[in-house]
Design a protein around this ligand. Structure first.
Ligand code: IMP
Length: 197
């Protein structure tokens, strides 16, 4: 049976397909014929991942999963968190978000932060039991730099996030290295281990 990933993001699809057991066919929303914007109106990563997975499950009845990621900054009480994509406003750019973050941390000595990804899996096990969500979490801790450091790799907040035990930002790392230590990579690895059980 195929497994639907509630995304059309090619990079995420590639990463997930490479990590999951070979026998599992992962379909994108497009490949499933699902169109339209999936609502993301919850106020937690878990809530959004569940909301997106339920959107797919209620339309297809097929096993599916969705992910949601946030950057949680200690000195900002966990912000921008679930609002990371639109931290600087509804149609803001990655650069706008970084500018707002650097401004919010101006003069701040505590620059600790973490990226956290939550994956919600809904499995149709063939029974009439209500579907039970399973969650897989990946987290990478690090520091928010005082300015951008980038080789042009990555996206989002990568130019200002330096993971612990590294002397470079996510945007200065080859994607293959980032994927082995990243929040999303770790969450996908846990999903893969569960599906391979
Ligand atoms: P999403 O839930 O994967 O769409 O992520 C929400 C937002 O978090 C993105 O729009 C980015 O701003 C940020 N983000 C997620 N993953 C990463 C990453 O690996 N590096 C930098 N920023 C990220």
């Amino acid at each position: 049976m195929p497994l639907i990933f509630a995304t059309n993001n090619k990079h995420k699809l590639q990463e997930v397909r490479a990590a999951l057991p070979a026998g599992i066919e992962v379909l994108s929303l497009e490949q499933t014929g699902l169109a339209g914007e999936i609502p993301e109106t919850a106020d937690t990563l878990e809530g959004n991942a569940l909301q997106k997975a339920m959107w797919v499950y209620s339309r297809t009845g097929l096993s599916c999963f969705a992910d949601d990621t946030g950057l949680e900054v200690d000195a900002l009480g966990g912000a921008p968190g679930v609002y990371s994509a639109r931290y600087a406003g509804e149609h803001c750019s990655f650069d706008d978000n970084i500018d707002k973050l650097l401004h919010a941390l101006d003069g701040q000595t505590n620059r600790r932060a973490q990226f956290r990804t939550v994956i919600c899996l809904l499995e149709n096990d063939g029974s009439s039991n209500p579907v039970k969500p399973r969650y897989f979490e990946g987290c990478v801790k690090g520091t928010i730099l005082t300015e951008r450091h980038s080789n042009g790799e990555g996206f989002g907040y990568d130019p200002v996030f330096m993971p612990d035990r590294f002397a470079v930002s996510f945007a200065e790392m080859p994607l293959s290295v980032k994927n082995t230590i990243s929040h999303r990579g770790l969450a996908v690895k846990k999903l893969a281990e569960y599906l391979d059980r």
